[in-house]
Design a protein around this ligand. Structure first.
Ligand code: NAI
Length: 351
């Protein structure tokens, strides 16, 4: 019966009951808005929880068959076992990355995992350029100065992007959008990706190079690959020694692509000329929260925040109206498709 498609099949199954973890006001607003705009047979029952999904909070999903999670929820083996014992059979990620899910354990338990593979690559690519421009032209410093009525220019000299080389690690959906933007600025784009598409390179006008050449050749480096065992700490002491003096690094990928202590040392030695990150290795305890009234106990982050040539944002590269609409629409559609068909085009399988 479940194999049948369409309205009839959905009517014969129970309305999905979804526990949404790690919710902020904007999650509630967008998911509710999209859910109520759907035809009745496609709507789900949403229960919102502010808590991060972890071993302690998993029990909150006790009346639900689906959990909906975000990047910093811990979908570990233990959490999955707990969810499974409560009757959960679907994890609907409202993000693209799935490095926080134990896919093998999910598979063993018969829990399916679906995600939103692309909610707005343009949003992330545009934000990457915003970070690059701010860092390169010291707009973050100028903003503070002029608010204090200081209109002096000393110390604000930047560089033209035009004619400079930018190295991209990861040339997928976001990397492609970012390449187009960089080409618009007259930059020379080199890219490293284990999966090469020569036709794409020719059309967009970039050059594939080896991983080491990204470090040797680039004036700016931007990270757009997923976090995997191969890419963890791809920016480390060793790769930094290969880089040009004063290189600037942008990371909107995942925090652990950078070995933060190595970058702090290189900033202190002035080998790295600037760093702009939207993601941070230890972001899970801090990001998406207001901890401004608390003492910052993360000494590495405190050191990073002390550099004049470091910009940190709290994982907001995706954060546009268009992306939030896409996330909500795709997440609810994934749940519907899975419940009707027993499978989903956006399903993630263990490799
Ligand atoms: P995608 O899957 O379209 O592209 C990823 C590319 O990385 C692929 O072409 C793949 O071949 C390549 N890749 C895989 N292993 C690699 C390696 N060892 N070295 C170099 N390249 C490698 O993914 P998309 O949509 O472009 O997203 C990229 C990443 O951006 C995501 O995995 C996610 O971590 C991050 N992201 C960050 C957001 C934010 O708000 N800061 C929002 C969305 C995604």
């Amino acid at each position: 019966m479940i194999k049948l498609l369409g309205r009839f099949a959905f009517n014969t199954i129970k309305q999905p009951s979804v526990a949404v973890f790690n919710t902020k006001k904007y999650d509630i607003d967008y998911l509710t808005k999209v859910n109520t705009s759907l035809p009745e047979e496609k709507q789900v029952k949403l229960s919102f929880f502010a808590e991060q999904l972890n071993e302690n909070s998993a029990r909150l999903a006790h009346e639900c068959d689906t959990v909906c999670c975000f990047v910093n929820d811990k979908v570990s083996a233990q959490v999955l076992r707990k969810l499974s014992s409560q009757g959960v059979n679907l994890v609907a990620l409202r993000c693209a990355g799935f490095n926080n899910v134990d896919l093998k354990e999910a598979d063993k338990l018969g829990i399916n995992v679906v995600r939103v593979p692309a909610y707005s690559p343009e949003a992330v690519a545009e934000f990457s350029m915003a970070l690059l421009l701010s860092l390169n032209r010291k707009i973050h410093k100028a903003y503070n100065r002029t608010r204090d009525h200081n209109f002096a220019l000393d110390g604000l000299v930047g560089s033209n992007l035009h004619g400079k080389t930018i190295g991209l690690i990861g040339l997928g959906k976001i990397g492609i959008c970012f390449t187009k933007i960089c080409k618009g600025f007259g930059m020379n784009v080199v890219a490293y990706d284990p999966h090469r598409d020569p036709k794409l390179a020719e059309t967009l006008g970039f050059t594939y190079v080896d991983e080491s050449d990204i470090f040797y050749q680039s004036d700016y480096i931007s990270l757009h690959c997923p976090l995997t065992p191969q890419t963890r700490h791809i920016i480390n002491d060793h790769s930094i020694t290969k880089m040009k003096e004063n290189v600037m690094i942008i990371n909107t990928g995942r925090g652990a692509l950078i070995e933060t202590k190595a970058v702090v040392n290189a900033l202190k030695k002035k080998k790295i000329g600037g760093l702009a990150i939207d993601v941070y290795e230890q972001e899970e305890k801090l990001f998406f929260k207001d901890v401004s009234q608390e003492v910052l106990t993360d000494d590495v982050l405190a050191r990073l925040l002390s550099f004049p040539n470091v910009i940190i944002t709290g994982h907001q590269a995706f954060f546009t109206h268009e992306a939030l609409m896409n996330i909500s629409q795709t997440t609810l559609n994934n749940i519907y498709e899975f419940k009707v068909k027993g499978s989903c085009v956006n399903q993630v399988h263990p490799s």
